[in-house]
Design a binder for this molecule. Structure first.
Ligand code: AMP
Length: 182
């Protein structure tokens, strides 16, 4: 299901650019102005629903923290479960974890070991607001596959295509960005 140019414009113009946040040289894509814009948020969520309604997904996994907002709403629309992929130390039950590189140092994300049910092979869509270097999403897709489920696609509201994140992630799974920023 493709997005019309009008719909794309509505979503794109609702995302606010904040220069030099959280550090000089970064243009932060602020999606809070999309969330409080009922028309833009509605157009986006309807588009995601149309795209994924026929894929027979079993779960949506949202990446901490902005992936929770889109992921939980989409899971409800699709009538399936939602699973949070969290930063290390936040989940209370037994987890499996995956480390990934940041510009300086490493970070780690986790998921509950039983989050995708007892049966192997649950079909999972991973969602986050934005892909930059792809480190977080690659770790999330790997984590999903390590539980015995299958990451069928990673979905982002914004893809920064001037970085290699999308290209690298495509080696692990399918990738879809609603808006691409060059
Ligand atoms: P990465 O692992 O480099 O792909 O970074 C993706 C994560 O960092 C996502 O969870 C984003 O929310 C956040 N992020 C990275 N760069 C930006 C940016 N320019 N604007 C907003 N969020 C960003």
């Amino acid at each position: 299901m493709t997005l019309s140019q009008t719909e794309k414009k509505i979503i794109q113009s609702a995302i606010r650019d904040i220069k030099d946040f959280p550090q000089p040289g970064i243009v932060f894509k602020d999606i809070t102005t999309l969330l409080n814009n009922k028309e833009a948020y509605g157009v986006l969520m309807n588009h995601l629903y149309q795209r994924y309604k026929s894929l027979h997904l079993d779960y949506i996994a949202g990446i901490d923290a902005r992936g929770f907002i889109f992921g939980a709403a989409l899971a409800q629309m699709l009538g399936i479960g939602f699973v949070p992929i969290r930063k290390k130390g936040k989940l209370p039950y037994t987890t499996i974890s995956q480390k990934y590189s940041l510009e300086y140092g490493v970070d780690e994300i986790e998921v509950h070991i039983d989050a995708f049910g007892k049966e192997k092979g649950a079909k999972v869509l991973v969602i986050d607001d934005l892909i930059a270097t792809g480190g977080t999403a690659s770790a999330a897709a790997t984590l999903v596959n390590q539980t015995g489920a299958e990451c069928v696609e990673c979905c982002f509201i914004i893809g920064l295509s001037f970085l290699d994140g999308i290209k690298n992630l495509k080696e692990i799974t399918n990738v879809y960005s609603v808006i691409e920023v060059n």
